[in-house]
Design a protein around this ligand. Structure first.
Ligand code: DX5
Ligand code: ZN
Length: 220
């Protein structure tokens, strides 16, 4: 089944606790939290204290996407703040495998993310060590950017590789996802759909319909 992971970056941040609870009630499976450092990406967002502050707003898994370099010095803090899945970028450090082992040693699920320009082979090298692969379908940094459709090819290749090794690994896509691009991503093999703008469009009464639409549920 496809899981929907609203990116809270696109929520009403003055009401972030309610927004997390709203999307939980609207049917989301994960809460996607975008962490940016103004160095690895050209934007600054939230840190472990925000993760901790919203932790009690929903029992759903917190899917924490670290767009920071270096990542290693902050992983313990995000684990202690209540992250369930911690995803680092392949491009963010020289020792990806060590970083993934650190995340797992803290009892958390480990994810690896790839920027649009990063070759898919780099992730195949660590497929046995991860619980989630996050394919970026925009250059990370901001909500509301246009989907880069050539990244779908990466989804198909990674889907095949995951099926070949037969491990339970989430294949997540993030950036520029709406009803249409979500359908294409699911067809290519994605099973976790991150969506910021498309989830939070139209105010909280729309969230359930937005999520159904992203799932490409016929009732949507
Ligand atoms: C981009 C972030 C995304 C972003 C998604 O750097 O990783 O999670 O917030 O936003 P939309 O769905 O609006 O493209
Ligand atoms: Zn993200």
């Amino acid at each position: 089944m496809t899981k929907i992971a609203p990116s809270v970056l696109a929520a009403d941040l003055l009401k972030i606790e309610q927004e997390v609870s709203n999307v939980d009630k609207a049917g989301a499976e994960y809460i996607h939290i975008d962490v940016m450092d103004g160095h690895f990406v050209p934007n600054i967002t939230m840190g472990p204290s925000v993760v901790k502050a919203i932790r009690d707003s929903s029992p759903l898994p917190f899917d924490v996407h670290l767009m920071i370099a270096p990542a290693d010095p902050y992983i313990v803090a995000f684990a202690e703040a209540g992250a369930d899945i911690i995803t680092v970028h392949q491009e963010a450090g020289p020792h990806l495998s060590r970083t993934l082992q650190l995340i797992k040693s803290l009892g958390k699920k480990a994810g690896v993310s790839l920027n649009p320009a990063t070759p898919v082979e780099t992730v195949l090298e660590v497929l046995n060590e991860v619980d989630l692969v996050l394919v970026m379908s925009v250059n990370p940094g901001f909500s509301g950017q246009a989907f880069i459709s050539k990244t779908l090819k990466k989804i198909s290749i990674i889907r095949q590789a995951i099926d070949d090794i037969g491990r339970d690994i989430d294949l997540e896509i993030d950036g520029g996802i709406n009803k249409t691009t979500s359908k294409a991503a699911i067809q290519a093999g994605a099973d976790v759909i991150v969506a910021g703008s498309a989830t939070f469009a139209g105010g909280r009464r729309q969230y359930a319909a937005n999520i159904r639409g992203l799932r490409n549920d016929k009732r949507g």
